[in-house]
Design a protein around this ligand. Structure first.
Ligand SMILES: Cc1cc2nc3c(=O)[nH]c(=O)nc-3n(C[C@H](O)[C@H](O)[C@H](O)COP(=O)(O)O)c2cc1C
Length: 408
């Protein structure tokens, strides 16, 4: 039996140049056994014809410019009918409306009435995607358990290059199937750390780094969506608490260590995404350092390597680390994997200036497992990277003896 067999899927189509791709999506969903209905915004009509979508979906297409009168309760009926609502392509306009609870046409009203799984597949010009209102909508949608698929990086019809291209039909279907077939991580317990730490030097200063916590929060969020029970330990970030995830807030590397040791025994997988300070000051100055001398020397000492200690002391826990390197990415990451005796390392070039990794919504990583297999994930949104990493962890975890020990 196929995963989408007999699922009722409502495909929302909005006024994007990518609307023609909805035809392919509808056609493939039908071939996967799904019952498909399509609904168009009034501007979508300019980009793709009703006749095409009706022929492919084998159902009447619902659209406000249509000849036939739509029933008064169509928004409620369709919201009840659909198991999945996928909006592909979703314009910036529509995404901003959904994120703000606007219901001023049939599709947005269905979104308000729909209480099952909503997927949004953005398609827009790169500047529209990076626009601050659009980005704030992305955050709102994700925090409210609405899955955003893509967008991809590439050249656009307008000639610009950047993020905003609609994801491929294959990737969209993979995500829908995954949601149906999963929860692949159901029954598993994950401990994830995220964000930077702060090592106080005096009452007003600290040593820290550029980590925003976005990668770790994305991993925690996706792990939960895939069915895992997730504990998140977060250093100081400006991110909102992820919905439904048990989150502990810490400040220093020492607090991070204590929190990890407290929670680790109930975890099967430990993902150390936090950028924990390797060093802390030998002496904390109770009074503020004065600018009375030209030079100031502060002595630092190495702190505990939390990930390595967890790996050494808990051989039954699947341990995953991140290696943010500025050079020799793969060889340095492999060395860390070996010396820390962990199961997997995610290597990325940390370059704050180039807007990749630290602080950014995007990353480009290489996943290296202890069996030396390497998976390169090209520049993508951190939420998509999180998904790929978790799928690899799932595959590897079930191959290791750790699972057997945990289930013994
Ligand atoms: C030729 C053309 C192409 C467009 N492509 C997009 C697009 O890809 N993404 C987008 O967000 N808006 C795009 N727009 C703008 C939307 O069509 C416009 O914001 C519209 O009001 C969206 O309505 P809807 O969200 O109700 O479908 C395009 C407009 C034109 C004229």
């Amino acid at each position: 039996m196929r995963i989408l067999d007999n699922k009722n899927i409502l495909v929302g189509i909005s006024g994007s140049i990518a609307a023609y791709k909805a035809a392919d999506l509808i056609s493939k969903l039908k071939s996967y056994g799904a019952n498909v209905k399509a609904i168009m915004t009034s501007s979508a009509n300019q980009f793709v014809t009703v006749t095409t979508l009706e022929s492919l979906s084998d159902n009447e297409v619902i659209h406000e410019n249509g000849k036939s009168k739509i029933s008064n309760f169509a928004h409620l009926d369709l919201a009840k009918w659909a198991d999945i609502l996928v909006i592909a392509p979703c314009t910036a306009n529509l995404m901003n409306k959904i994120a703000n609870g606007v219901g001023d046409d049939l599709l947005t009203t269905i979104c308000l009435a729909f209480n099952k799984k909503l997927f949004v597949v953005p398609a827009m010009n790169p500047d529209m995607w990076t626009n601050k209102f659009t980005q704030s909508s992305v955050e709102k949608l994700e925090m409210n358990n609405i899955n955003i698929i893509g967008p991809e990086y590439g050249k656009h019809a307008c000639g610009d290059t950047g993020y905003g291209r609609m994801s491929s039909t294959e990737y969209i279907i993979e995500q829908l199937e995954n949601f149906q077939s999963q929860k692949i991580l159901s029954g598993m317990k994950f401990l994830v750390t995220a964000g930077p730490t702060r090592e106080p030097l005096d009452p007003v200063r600290f040593l820290s780094n550029y980590s925003s916590g976005k990668m770790g929060y994305a991993i925690a969020l996706v792990a939960k969506q895939l069915g895992a029970e997730v504990n998140l330990i977060s250093g100081p970030t400006s991110l909102d608490k992820p919905d439904g995830i048990d989150t502990t807030y810490v400040e220093t590397s020492d607090e991070m260590r204590i929190a990890v040791y407290e929670k680790i025994l109930s975890a099967q997988v430990f993902i150390s995404t936090a950028a924990i300070s390797d060093y802390h000051p030998v002496r904390y100055s109770k009074s503020k350092y004065k600018k009375s001398t030209d030079r100031l020397t502060i002595e630092f000492e190495r702190g505990t390597d939390i990930l390595q200690t967890v790996a050494e002391q808990n051989s039954d826990i699947f341990t995953v680390g991140f290696a943010a390197e500025t050079e020799n990415l793969i060889s340095n990451a492999r060395e860390k994997l070996r010396s820390k005796k962990i199961d997997m390392i995610i290597a990325n070039i940390a370059n704050y200036e180039k807007n990749l990794g630290f602080g950014s919504d995007y990353n480009k990583v290489t996943v290296i497992s202890d069996d030396e297999s390497v998976d390169e994930i090209d520049s993508s949104r951190k939420i998509d990277i999180a998904y790929r990493i978790l799928k690899t962890i799932h595959k590897k975890y079930f191959k290791t003896k750790k699972r057997l020990k945990n289930n013994a």
